[in-house]
Write a protein that binds this ligand. Sequence first.
Ligand code: PEP
Ligand code: MN
Length: 276
Amino acid sequence: VVPVLRPFKLASRDFKPEDSKISINGHVFGDNKVIVIAGPCAVESLAQMRETAQAVKAAGAHLMRGGAFKPRTSPYSFQGMGEEGLKIMAQVREETGLHVVTEVMAPDQVELVAKYADVLQIGTRNMQNYALLNAVGQTNMPVLLKRGMMSTIEELLMSAEYIMSNGNHKVILCERGIRTFEKYTRNTLDINAVPVLKELTHLPVVVDPSHATGKWTLVKAASKAAVAAGADGLIIEVHPNPAEAASDGEQSLKPHRFDELMVEVGRVAAAVGRSI
Ligand code: PEP
Ligand code: MN
């Protein structure tokens, strides 16, 4: 019997003191190596996804990202390519060997997205969509759970608990910035969340410096801070032509900037006894 006094139980360090390791295609979240997920905000075409995946792979990324179902503030904005986008990522996975992280927005989409994806992403807007958390909890696929933009760390852990209490313990937490009074950046990267989460939970912690800052010029600094603070991974938006991106172009790195980022983040990783 392990008495766990915190409201989150399965996610708690009291319940499981050692770090959970979640392996995707041989890349292990929660280990010494910092795992990097990179790719466009949204899949726009086979050519765009292929070019981006090849570039990020060459720079050292371990997995690719790309949204096929996009949660947009406006119903008139590009909503994603849907299943066609998933098929494109599956094809690019065949070509590059990079496994796929992609968002699922609704419980009735889980089966379809799970057919093509390797990691199911729960977006910030859905962190407390309990029906969706239960649905991904009933799969045995790794889940990247993003912190709600107005949610506390404890609320994030309670959402992880929903997934885990359904039997799926493969949860990777993601700090992606929260809303504050500061308007210069899209969100405020809560760097405290990284060591706090490492204290409270055994689950791996990833940082999304792209949504946390909203500006490509800030992504490298935020990435280095995240790794210095102890993040297990990064998820970064990269686009071959950000000016033409269907979503989040302002925060997307061009491939050569992502190259530079990987080199500099590698130095920070080495300085804190990690590799990348
Ligand atoms: C995304 O990853 O493109 C995304 C929509 O992220 P978030 O849910 O953190 O806004
Ligand atoms: Mn995005």
